[in-house]
Design a protein around this ligand. Structure first.
Ligand code: G1P
Length: 287
């Protein structure tokens, strides 16, 4: 079954980036000239996603503005015969369909995903977390796990390997079996284990889930950090369905951390045809 819909939760306060996030949602902070969220939406588009459900809070109107139409700006650019910029601003939504669901209270990632239940309906869907930007010149990270979903017909979590002393920051997988291609069949998953992490395979912001997850999210109690955790609902779902995980190939940027965000800016600028030469010279000069 083709995965056509994706959920992107973007309702948090982005406290790690205060004070800028007092005025601008963290997902709208730019990497060069596009918001972080644009890179994530582009990955979804390149992975075959056609519809996106954004879970937002009331103060995130500018996300809608960015991905929607802007008639006044279009008229202005038309008047100036600026066809290049006109074409560019018409493409910010990649021709996809967008929905916005307001999450009134921030009760956790699991609670955020549950808000998309009606719009997702009874079909498998993807989740992309707004902090994790993936660059891959082979295949988009999300597409890698969508293709696996196609083979296994079961939920797949996108993972990465992290050092043992970092495991308490992530959802950590407990593999039952790992095949020759590195595909893990899971027997457990635990959110931010304080001790005894079952492995170093950390969930890293990409999921393809069956709609069965909603049944478990609806009855999910608070877990780590007093929040309704998606990971806990996935664990309970494992009693009914198989869940797989796969270390996605590509470079991941944690744009929720300041250093991860700065690294993203450096790498994307070094990949930018227009800027890379002068930026490289600038870096040499500075260092
Ligand atoms: C969330 C998930 C966690 C995952 C992490 C990185 O945590 O709950 O399982 O490992 O994203 O994708 P957060 O970083 O929002 O606390």
């Amino acid at each position: 079954m083709k995965i056509k819909k994706a959920v992107i939760p973007a309702a948090g306060w982005g406290t790690r980036f205060l004070p800028i996030t007092k005025g601008i949602p963290k997902e709208m902070i730019p990497i060069i000239d596009k918001p972080v969220l644009s890179y994530i939406v582009e990955e979804a588009h390149q992975s075959g996603i056609e519809e996106i459900v954004f879970i937002v809070s009331e103060h995130k109107e500018c996300i809608k503005t960015y991905f929607g139409e802007n008639k006044a700006l279009e008229e202005f650019l038309t008047h100036k015969n600026n066809d290049k910029d006109l074409a560019m601003i018409k493409q910010t939504g990649f021709g996809m369909k967008f929905h916005y669901v307001i999450q009134k209270e921030q009760l956790g990632l699991g609670h955020a995903i549950l808000q998309a239940k009606e719009l997702i309906g009874n079909e498998p869907f993807a989740i992309l977390l707004g902090d994790d930007v993936y660059y891959s010149d082979i295949k988009p990270a999300l597409k890698q796990i969508i293709d696996l979903f196609g083979q296994k017909n079961s939920s797949v979590l996108g993972t990465m390997e992290v050092p043992m002393d970092q495991t308490s920051k992530y959802g950590i997988c407990k593999p039952k079996h790992i095949d020759d291609e590195g595909v893990m069949e899971l027997e457990g998953v635990v959110e931010k284990p304080k001790i005894n992490a079952p492995s170093r395979y950390a969930i890293s912001g990409r999921y393809v889930l069956t709609p069965t997850i909603f049944k478990y999210l609806e009855t999910q109690n608070q877990g780590a950090q007093g929040e309704i955790q998606l990971t806990d609902a996935i664990l309970r779902m494992m009693s009914e369905e198989k869940v797989y995980a796969y270390n996605m190939i590509g470079k991941r940027y944690d744009t929720g951390s300041k250093i991860g965000y700065l690294e993203a800016i450096i790498d994307y600028t070094l990949r930018n045809e227009e800027l890379k030469e002068s930026f490289r010279n600038l870096l040499r000069e500075k260092l």
